[in-house]
Design a protein around this ligand. Sequence first.
Ligand SMILES: NC(=O)c1ccc[n+]([C@@H]2O[C@H](COP(=O)([O-])OP(=O)(O)OC[C@H]3O[C@@H](n4cnc5c(N)ncnc54)[C@H](O)[C@@H]3O)[C@@H](O)[C@H]2O)c1
Length: 278
Amino acid sequence: MAYNLLKGKKGIIFGALNEKSIAWQVALKAHEEGAELVLTNTPVALRLGELEALASITKSQIIPADATNVDELKNLISKSMEIFGGKIDFILHSIGMSPNVRKGLSYDNLNYDFYQKTLDISALSFHKVLLVCRSLDAIKEWGSVVALSYVAAQRTLYGYNDMADAKSLLESIARSFGYIYGRDKKIRVNTVSQSPTLTTAGSGVKGIDRLLDFSERMSPLGNANAEDCANYCITLFSDLTKKVTMQNLFHDGGFSSMGMSLKAMSQYEQSFHDVVGD
Ligand SMILES: NC(=O)c1ccc[n+]([C@@H]2O[C@H](COP(=O)([O-])OP(=O)(O)OC[C@H]3O[C@@H](n4cnc5c(N)ncnc54)[C@H](O)[C@@H]3O)[C@@H](O)[C@H]2O)c1
């Protein structure tokens, strides 16, 4: 059911790769809620060809940009303003990648060139998007910028590797830039810390199946899926959350406030019995 929460608003969505992507679901919901969109991803991701299907459903244009490249971001933001005939109301940063995770290098055996790439793609790109928008005065007053994070920024989770550092940096950038952008232009900057979700990036996380099962058992409301996340992002782009800024907002069914749940304890006891044989 749509509520017209984004009627007349214009937004840029980074990071829709395929139907499983969180950004894909956000684009569908934003369109349903009345927004006009520009979709963007790297030239490599665009060559996979799936984004065109989303552009056709949402009647959006696609502009390629590597989010680590400031010139490509300038081109994206200025072309988007031409398409919209004015400034932007909201932006979703839904970008993450770790070459160390991809190559299976553990946290105590990182490749430092890869590490820098992880930070550049997954965190600094957010700073670059904000800085380019600010230099082009591209976002309307009371506009909203959201990036997607994960609880590994605060708590160590086995196997999340250097992405945990990237997420800590991402959340810090939201606070630091949120102050400046809020003070000067009344623009909101937040991160949404999402449950583990079965997407292309999510599938790269070590032991994702067991992690999904663990957080499902630990969360009183269960894991939030990509569609749930999209609904939450829409509220943050809407005028209903005008005074929310510089926050890391947990969207995880309660996981981040839990220590141990009955369901997780029962499973743990079960495995313990299996191991000791009683
Ligand atoms: N899936 C999860 O379990 C989970 C949980 C919490 C947060 N997140 C975060 O959600 C966001 C979206 O990930 P997803 O799970 O939808 O996976 P996804 O693989 O569908 O999306 C990741 C996107 O990042 C894009 N990307 C990579 N390098 C880029 C670059 N240089 N410039 C521009 N785009 C680039 C990819 O092309 C892809 O579209 C990421 O920030 C991820 O860390 C995911």
